[in-house]
Structure formats: C-alpha cells, structure tokens
Design a protein around this ligand. Structure first.
Ligand code: NDP
Length: 330
C-alpha cells in the first residue's frame, strides 16, 4: 500500500533556504525494513553538514538521522520489532524529517514505555554518541573515575548528555561553551569546571585547573577553531577525540607535533562506525536507556519547532542560539 508523507528535502547543497517540505510516496517495507510513523524528529548538527555539502550526498536528499514514533509495518526477516511498537533510532541513510518513512530496521530500537517520544527522538543520535565517546574510545592508559577530561560545546545537545554521563562515571569534566549562560547550564548538568572559550584562553585555563598536568581526553566537535589548542590541553599519551566540525573541518597537520606535545593520540570518530550491527546498536541503546530511566542523564529539549519551521530550526542551530536538544514535530 502506498501512502503520501511530507518530507523535508534539498535539491542542491546550500543554506537553510534549500530546505523544502514536499510530498513523497511511501510504500511497504521490504526485507529487513520497517515503516515508522514519527511522533518527533531529532535535529542534529550533522544535518547542517549534509545540507551545506560538507558531507556530500546525491540529490534530492531527505534530511534527518534521528526520530521516534510507532512502527506501522515490518518487512520479512525483522524479528525485533512489530506493528504497533514504540520505537526510536539514530540511523543512516538520512530521511527522518518526515511524517512516515521506510528504513532499514537494524538501528531501530524499541523505545521503553518510560521514555516519551520527544525524548526518544532527541536522545538517540546524541546519546549514542555520548555513549561511544565515554565508553568505547578509551585512552591508552585507560579512563577512570577522577580523571580530567575536556568537552567542547558542553551546553549543546551531545554536550549536556556527556556532562551528566561523565559525572555519573566519576569523571572530572571541564566543559567549554560560548557564553556565561551556557557555562552555567553545563555546570548545572555535571561539568565540574566550565570555560567561556569566547572570552578565555581555554588551554591556559585547563592547565590551571589541572595543576599543570592537562587532561587525559579532549572531546572536540568544534573542529577548526579548537583543534590546535586542544592538543595543548592533553597530558602525555593523552587522547584527542575529534568528532565534529561545527566551526569548520580541521586542516591537515604534521603528525610530528603529536610527538613534540607528549606522544599524543588522535582519532576521528563517527557514530556510524559503531552502530554497524543490530547487537551493538541494541547494547549501546540499552546502556543509554538505563541512564535515562534512572535519571542519571536527563534529556533536555530546549527548542521545539514544527516540521514546517525547519529552516528556522537550522538557522538557530548554526547561529549557536540553541542549548541542549532540539526536536521537530511532524
Ligand atoms: P550542538 O547542540 O552542540 O550545537 C553545536 C554547538 O557547537 C553550538 O551550539 C556551539 O556551542 C558550538 N560551536 C562552536 N563554534 C561554532 C560555530 N562556528 N558555529 C556553530 N556552532 C559552533 O550540536 P549537536 O549536539 O547536534 O552536535 C554537537 C557536535 O557533535 C557537532 O559538531 C556534531 O557534528 C558532532 N557530532 C558528531 C557525531 C559523531 O559521531 N562524529 C555524532 C553526533 C554529533 P557554543 O556556542 O557553546 O560554542
């Protein structure tokens, strides 16, 4: 049975004005697929990279990699979901900015009854990212309670989740953010120290906070503007986890500087290398659901937009005008 759905698509890379709401045909799920009707959709900075073409894709492109709703139908071979189930996901290929879609079932998880749809839509991509950053990217000398870590953009979607989860793990998180208000928010969510990196030299301040030792891990999603100085924040054998480009991509650098700064490690991570199997996706999601259900991690949704207001939502995210998570409501 074919039905019509609204979907936000682009026909060319560019600014928010490229985002248009169109009607598309949605059919039945094929083998390994589900059809899901969204109750809420998550907005992520990766959607901006896909819109601008920093991460290029074939056109026309349906945007969005996160959502929550109700399963309408499942294709052959799908055993972990059935019609009527509440579900949520972070998944590639994009296409979650819509009412209803057909998509691969592998990354779609049952949403626990205690978690509402908006929370489910807001937390999957950002929460699974915080999960792998803190649990699946260990520095060579291990990451233990009491260790200092530096987390940039700590008041953002991924950032506020990471602040809370790091605290629950006993880590001493130093968070950077672009205003004093954002710093206060990060602190209220578990950052032990915060630095307004638009006003302060964050590397000097990190050295001061850590008594000159530096941090064991830097989590850097800001990219171009913070990468170099972030290396100066690390202790010997420390790990730089680069996982985003909010200020632009990190330019090429000579590996020799890693030796000079204390035999540092650098990795560039993406969630989509971690959620390549049903089993691992579910295990990571279960870990996330557990901390949300007991209240160790609260998913803060600070912005809600109608699906038709998607251009405005993108403008806000790019202008650094958001905090916490943002959802689009079909
Ligand atoms: P956020 O809510 O964190 O928004 C991005 C934040 O980055 C802004 O609010 C802003 O915070 C900061 N920022 C710093 N410089 C700039 C700039 N020049 N332009 C815009 N923003 C800037 O977004 P998300 O939670 O969706 O994602 C956080 C980051 O993590 C993104 O870079 C994203 O790409 C990355 N990510 C990577 C994943 C991966 O697996 N590799 C998965 C998920 C997210 P402030 O004003 O405080 O500086």
């Amino acid at each position: 049975m074919t039905q019509t759905s609204r979907a936000v698509r682009i026909h060319a890379h560019g600014g928010p004005e490229q985002l248009v709401v169109e009607n598309v045909e949605v059919g039945d799920p094929g083998p390994g697929e589900v059809r899901i009707r969204h109750h809420a959709v998550g907005l992520n900075f990766i959607d901006v990279y896909q819109r601008t073409g920093l991460y290029p894709n074939a056109m026309p492109l349906s945007l969005g990699m996160e959502g929550a709703g109700v399963i309408e139908a499942v294709g052959a071979g799908v055993t972990h979901l059935k019609a009527g189930d509440r579900a949520a996901y972070a998944a590639n290929p994009p296409g979650s900015y819509c009412d209803v879609r057909v998509m691969p079932a592998m990354n779609v998880c049952q949403l626990p009854d205690a978690i509402d749809f908006e929370t489910g839509a807001a937390m999957m991509l950002k929460g699974l990212t915080a999960q792998y950053l803190l649990k699946r990217c260990p520095p060579v000398e291990g990451l233990n309670a009491g260790d200092f870590v530096l987390f940039h953009a700590a008041a953002g979607g991924v950032g506020l989740i990471a602040c809370q989860w790091a605290k629950a793990l006993g880590l001493r998180l130093i968070g950077t953010a672009g205003s004093d208000e954002k710093c206060a928010l990060a602190k209220a969510h578990g950052a032990e120290f915060t630095i307004n990196y638009r006003q302060e030299d964050f590397a000097a301040r990190v050295k001061e906070i850590t008594g000159g030792n530096g941090v064991k891990v830097v989590y850097d999603s800001v990219g171009k503007d913070t990468f170099d100085k972030s290396l100066d924040c690390l202790m010997p054998f420390g790990l730089m986890v680069s996982f985003g480009n909010a200020s632009g991509p990190v330019p090429p650098f000579a590996p020799g500087i890693l030796g000079a700064k204390g035999s540092l490690y650098v990795t560039r991570q993406t969630l989509f290398s971690h959620i390549t199997s049903r089993e691992r996706t579910q295990a990571m999601a279960d870990d996330l659901f557990a901390v949300v259900e007991v209240g160790q991690v609260k998913i803060r949704i600070d912005q809600r937009f109608a699906l038709t207001e998607v251009q405005q939502a993108h403008r806000s995210l790019e202008a650094r005008a958001t905090t916490g998570c943002t959802v689009l409501l079909p």
